[in-house]
Design a protein. Structure first.
Length: 163
């Protein structure tokens, strides 16, 4: 089966490379991060470390926390040991309980999604945290300011994505 030119062009424009991963039976495409391409298993392990630290920062035992998550200690422990994968709905629930934003957990596993360099990615994360604490009126004013300084092609893309 030959690949269409449009697909090849799309992959090149996104910086995607074909790889294999132990957890997937077929070839797939990924975008390299700051450390190259991190396997799905390694990302799961980074998510597990983040989750355990978030729980420990709240001074909750695994057993106590499992009870408010609605799981047995053993089942919840699978998330913190990267044995079970966290679904998006479970991540939302964990955000509610441990008071972190999804961006924090995703950043732990894939910081390259937030900038071209580690420093830029950290700056984007920090800005997100700062904005989160601002009053609504200030956020609305910032939207106006940032819209005026954003290049038109980027602004058009953001408007299209938000429809």
């Amino acid at each position: 089966m030959s690949e269409t030119r449009d697909l090849k062009k799309y992959k090149n424009s996104k910086g995607l490379v074909e790889i294999t991963d132990d957890e997937v039976d077929r070839m797939l495409c990924r975008r390299p991060g700051f450390e190259g391409i991190v396997s799905f298993k390694e990302m799961d392990e980074k998510l597990a470390v983040f989750l355990r630290k978030a729980r420990e920062d709240e001074k909750l035992t695994r057993a106590d926390f499992a009870s408010i998550v609605g799981l047995s200690t053993a089942v919840y422990g699978r998330y913190e040991r990267a044995f079970s994968r966290i679904t998006v709905t479970r991540m939302i629930h964990l955000c509610e309980l441990l008071d972190f934003q999804p961006i924090d957990m995703l950043f732990a596993a894939a910081p390259h999604l937030y900038g071209r360099t580690p420093e830029e990615a950290k700056d984007h994360l920090e800005l997100s945290h700062l904005i989160r604490g601002l009053p609504h009126e200030t956020v609305r004013n910032l939207i106006g300011i940032v819209s005026r300084i954003t290049p038109e092609d980027r602004l058009d893309k953001v408007k299209t994505e938000n429809r």
